[in-house]
Unconditional design. Sequence first.
Length: 420
Amino acid sequence: MSAAHTGAELLERTIELLDRLFALVRLVALHGDTHEQVLAGAQALQATIADARPPFALQLLPEAVLRDGMPLPLELEMYRRSQQLVGAVARWKMTEIAFDAVPSTDGLTALAGAVLDATHSNRTARVPSIEHVQLRALRRPGLLGASAGEAALEVFATRQIDRVLCDVERLVFARGAAWPWAAGRAILWRLERCMIASTGATARRIELAPAPWTPARRALATAFYVSAVLARLQASLLGQRATSHAALAVGCSGLVERPGMAFAEAAQMLLPSLMPQVGEAIDTDPHRLRATALLASAAQGERALSELPVLSLVHAAYELERRRCPSIAGVQLARTDLHAWLAGALGRELHAGWGRALLDVLGPIPPGSHVLAEGRLGVVLGAAAKADPWRPRVLVGGRPTAPAQAVTLHSPLAMTPWAK
C-alpha cells in the first residue's frame, strides 16, 4: 500500500473514530455507563482507535477538525456531530485531544461520559483524566502570527479543494445521468467551508493548482465566483446555495469540451437530468426546487436573464470560465487575460452590474495573475496588508514578498506564437 493511500485510509479511520465516539456518547446518555450496549460501543470505538494507529492528535476547532494538522474531509452530518466534541473541549478550555495508545473500554466510557457532562450540564466541566488520552490547550493558528495563520489556511484550502475537484470530476464524467443532488450539495458545502476560513486562500488554490484547467476545475471556479459575489453582497444563505448549485451544474454540463457550449444550450442539455426519473418520487426539497427553477429559466435564453436578474451573475461567471480554454488546443488563458476580457465585456457580452461585481470580488489584480515585481516575474498571492491594489503580495522565486513599488501586469501568453 502506498504512503498516499495509507494517509487517506488513516483520515477515513479517524472520521470513523469521531462517529463511534458520538455513538458512544449517545449510548451513555440513554443507558448509563454499565449497560451491555455501552460496553459494545466502547469496544467498537477501541477497535477503531487501533485502526487509526496511535499516537496521533486531533485539533478541534469550530471551523474544522484536524488530525496532526491535516484537515479531515467531513461530510455535513459528520461535521455537525463533531461539534459536540468541539463544544466539550471548549468547556474544558482545551483545543487538542491526543491518543498516545489505545485506551481501555472503561477509559473510553469515561471519556464519553465526560463529553456528555460538558455539553449537557450547566455545571463547571471538569477535565477528565484518562490513561493514554491527553488533553492540551493549543493556541489557534491565527494567534501564532500572520505567517503561521496564513500557512494553516493554505494547507486547509489546498486539501479541501483538491478533494472537491476529485468529486467534481465524477459529476462531469457522469453527464447525461440523473444529477446527483446530494453529491452536489456536499461539494458546495466544502467550498463554503473553505471560503469561511479564507476566500483568498480558496481563490489561490483554485487558480494556482497544477495545470491543466480540467472541465471539473472550470466548473468549480464558476461556482466559486457566484458564491464569492453573493457572499460579498450578503445575500441569503438559501439563495447563495441554490444559485451556486445551479452554477456548478451548468458548468459540469457545458464546459466539457473546448471552449464550451453557450450558456442557454448548456442549461437546456442539463435540464432533463434535473427532473425526477421514471419511478422516482417527486422531491419537494426547497433547495432542489430553487436550483432547478434557475436552470429552467436559463434554458430559455436571453429573455430569462432580464426576468431573473441573478441568472446574469451565473451567466457572467460561466462565460468567464468558457473563455479560459479557447478552441486552440493546449492554450489556456491566464488570470490577467481573463480579467482584461471581463473588463472589456461589461455591458456588451455580460451584464454590466454583475460583471463589475465579479471584478470587485476578484480585485484589480486577482490571485494567480502574473506580474512583474521590481523587474522579476511573480505570481500574485492576494491583497497586501496595506490594501494598496497595485502592491499585492507576490510569490517571486518561491518566496512571498511585498513589493516596494507598484507591480506591472504581465501575460505569459504574450510570448506564445498563437498570440502574435
